[in-house]
Design a protein around this ligand. Structure first.
Ligand code: S3P
Length: 433
């Protein structure tokens, strides 16, 4: 699908993004292996969530969808009947994680300890994303697993294993890697410790603790012991990453005011707010609340006088998914912005360094690619052009926001990629104009 976006003379409105994808995935997976049953509301929508549900159902998971359980009718709810940590069944077919790295890496942590044969695969993008990072520690724990190219790429084949806890120094600050190890650790003998090089999103730790796991966090070290989980109702906050498109749209546009309601503000996710604040963004935070261990708030963003900043070091994992849209903000800010230490962007759904640099430059920005990030020379007046999403949802949505700010019309190829995490994105974009 080719989607046109025209320059908006004014952006105004109230947005409620879908439920948070990371928290939804954990709520579905952990409740499936818990004892009891749970109600999960404001579940994320989109292709990635379908991938997680399909994999869990392939393992016998019982996740039943209700049409809606909210007053507005906008959200989605599931009743999850837990199978217990030992209740999964051998899947009759290959588990399909689609485009979702979180699904493949978290479900692999589960498959590692199961006494049965299983295969997990995904689409062309996912089959080329690095999996050795999870298979190495899972093997050290005792899992029998193989994959293409010497165990570095999916499809991944698991033959079960009796797991024993390990202490593992993670080579990358990845929440997917950490979560895979911790999920395997729930069924391993002894203690399993993941030592992070810097903090990544901590939804798994929070949810496991709230569900009664024997888990402790000591700065960058997370230790879990073999545990049974108790089912837990979760009301999922709206997606921080989905919200970031509207925050940047409002701040980068010369005539805008957008309110984004119910957004997750877990500090391991709000790097986007920290960076925008340092750039001089006009964002207010209202109605802070907490549900099932996760904080949320309403965010009001308005036209801002943005300036360039350096984005590097420990903040990178907290802002990793928002770097493409922040690069757009930087291209209209005054001064230069330098993004460093973000080589992980190259192994996301697309090479997001290349995709961002190419797209923004086509719109008239001045962005230079570096090995682990990019340098953005600010102050560009963007003008509409044809841009590619490369089938990557976050690139499609970044280019759409750029199209609102640019003069004329921007055409985005493979715009349907937005459905991976944000069905309804294009309707919301139209409603704000
Ligand atoms: C996610 C973690 C991040 C992020 C991804 C979702 C998660 O990946 O980019 O969109 O839900 O754990 P890494 O942890 O591999 O960096």
């Amino acid at each position: 699908m080719r989607q046109g976006v025209r320059h908006a003379s004014r952006l105004e409105g109230v947005v409620v993004p879908p439920g948070d994808k990371s928290i939804s995935h954990r709520a579905a997976l952990l409740n499936t292996i818990a004892d009891g049953s749970a109600h999960v509301s404001n579940f994320c929508v989109g292709d990635d969530r379908s991938a997680m549900l399909q994999c869990l159902r392939g393992l016998g998971g019982q996740l039943r969808r209700h049409e809606s359980c909210s007053v507005s009718g906008a959200d989605e709810c599931f009743e999850v009947t837990g199978l217990g940590i030992d209740g999964l069944q051998e899947p009759g077919d290959v588990l399909d994680a689609g485009n979702s790295g979180t699904t493949m890496r978290l479900v692999s942590g589960l498959l590692a300890s199961q006494p049965f044969f299983s295969v997990i695969s995904g689409d062309g993008s996912l089959r080329n994303r690095p999996m050795a990072r999870i298979l190495n520690p899972l093997r050290m724990m005792g899992a029998t697993v193989s994959g293409r190219q010497n165990g570095s790429l999916a499809p991944l084949v698991f033959q079960g294993g009796e797991l024993t806890g390990i202490e593992y120094e993670m080579p990358v600050a990845s929440a997917q890697l950490k979560s895979s190890i911790l999920i395997a650790g729930l069924a391993a003998a002894g203690a399993t410790t993941a030592v992070q090089p810097s903090a990544s999103r901590d939804h798994t730790e929070r949810m496991m603790a709230a569900m009664g796991a024997n888990i402790s966090v000591n700065e960058l070290r997370v230790t879990v012991q073999a545990s049974r989980l108790k089912s837990m109702d979760v009301n999922i906050p709206c997606d921080t990453s989905g919200a970031s498109f509207w925050l940047v749209a409002a701040c980068a546009h010369p005539n805008a005011s957008i309110r984004v309601n119910g957004v997750g503000i877990n500090p391991t996710r709000t790097g986007v707010l920290t960076v925008l604040e340092r750039m001089g963004a006009n964002i207010r935070i209202e109605n802070v609340r907490e549900d099932a261990g996760e904080p949320s708030a309403d965010l009001i963003a308005e036209t801002s006088d943005l300036r360039g900043v350096e984005i590097s070091g420990d903040i990178i994992p907290a802002v990793i998914d928002e770097l493409p849209v922040l690069a757009l903000a930087a291209s209209v800010a005054s001064g230069d912005t330098v993004i460093r230490d973000a080589a992980e962007l190259r192994v996301k759904e697309s090479d997001r360094i290349k995709a961002t640099v190419e797209g923004l430059n086509r719109l008239g920005a001045r962005v230079e690619e570096t090995d682990d990030g990019m340098t953005i020379h600010g102050g560009s007046a963007l003008s509409g052009a044809e841009v590619r999403s490369r089938g990557d949802h976050r690139i499609a949505m970044t280019m759409a926001v750029a199209g609102l700010v640019a003069t004329g019309e921007t055409a985005i190829e493979q715009a349907e990629a937005a459905d991976v995490s944000y069905p309804g994105f294009w309707e919301t974009l139209a409603a704000l104009q």
